[in-house]
Design a protein around this ligand. Structure first.
Ligand SMILES: [Zn+2]
Length: 252
């Protein structure tokens, strides 16, 4: 890796600024990450909601259709029953046996038809109840999901509101630090920061890199101590520093 020039700053001053930058970057990333996580959760609930809604849209017409069929059967049954009553009434006025027999035959037929319709109506009622139960459960699920989504959106709004000021503050601090550092240094730092799980600048302790915990050759520690140029861990390429050389880090 080419060693970036630190310009007017000493190596240790550069490292010190980079450590600040790293901390701010980590803070910013954490703030944004929580928001992203909630956004993802809200999106997942929204997706679930759409899927339940489409289930509802698919099933609702069948409930309507079955309800109409049920109503129709009920009307037919009432008509048949009415006809039977009418025929029974007309029996009182007839004179001949032949007429009497004909009416009785008609009544018999209507009674059979009525029995069949009654049976149909019962079956249809069961079907309707089943379908209504199913759609009822879907409606419950829709309501549940709507509540979850509303809660998630509320949490997200609160989180964004709470973090807005901090994000702005950290962003300003970050810009300030970046403006103090040479571009090449920032670019190298950013690349390592992204590639190495948000830790680009790490301490070296007794020749061991605190980023990858590999023992480095003695010469590396000597070079870090000399601090003439920025030193990188030969194993993980992170920027190395000695805590003793960076005053602010001594207590950290
Ligand atoms: Zn390392």
């Amino acid at each position: 890796m080419a060693t970036p020039k630190t310009g007017e700053l000493s190596v240790n001053e550069t490292i010190s600024l980079l450590l600040e930058l790293q901390e701010i970057n980590q803070n910013l990333d954490n703030l944004v990450e929580d928001i992203d996580k909630l956004k993802e959760e809200a999106a997942a609930e929204e997706k679930k909601y759409q899927s339940i809604k489409s289930q509802y849209d698919k099933h609702a017409p069948y409930v309507d259709k079955t309800q109409k069929e049920y109503d129709q059967l009920k009307i037919e049954l009432e008509d048949i029953r009415k006809k039977i009553i009418e025929l029974e009434e007309s029996k009182k006025k007839i004179k001949t046996i032949k007429e009497f027999k004909t009416i009785n035959k008609d009544i018999d037929l209507l009674n059979k038809k009525s029995a069949i319709r009654e049976n149909d109506l019962l079956t249809k009622a069961e079907e309707l109840e089943f379908k209504k139960g199913k759609i009822g459960k879907i409606q419950e699920k829709i309501k549940e999901t709507e509540e979850i989504i509303a809660k998630k959106k509320e949490d997200l709004d609160t989180l964004i509101r709470e973090r807005k000021d901090n994000i702005a503050k950290f962003t300003r601090e970050k810009e300030k630090l970046v403006s103090k550092l040479p571009g090449g240094v920032v670019a190298t730092f950013s690349r390592i920061y992204l590639n190495k799980f948000r830790s680009a600048v790490v301490a070296i302790e007794s020749q061991v890199c605190q980023g990858c915990y590999m023992k480095t050759p003695l010469q590396v520690e000597i070079s870090v101590k000399k601090s003439e140029t920025i030193q990188f861990c030969p194993s993980c390429s992170r920027i190395l520093y000695r805590a003793d050389d960076i005053p602010a880090r001594k207590s950290a």
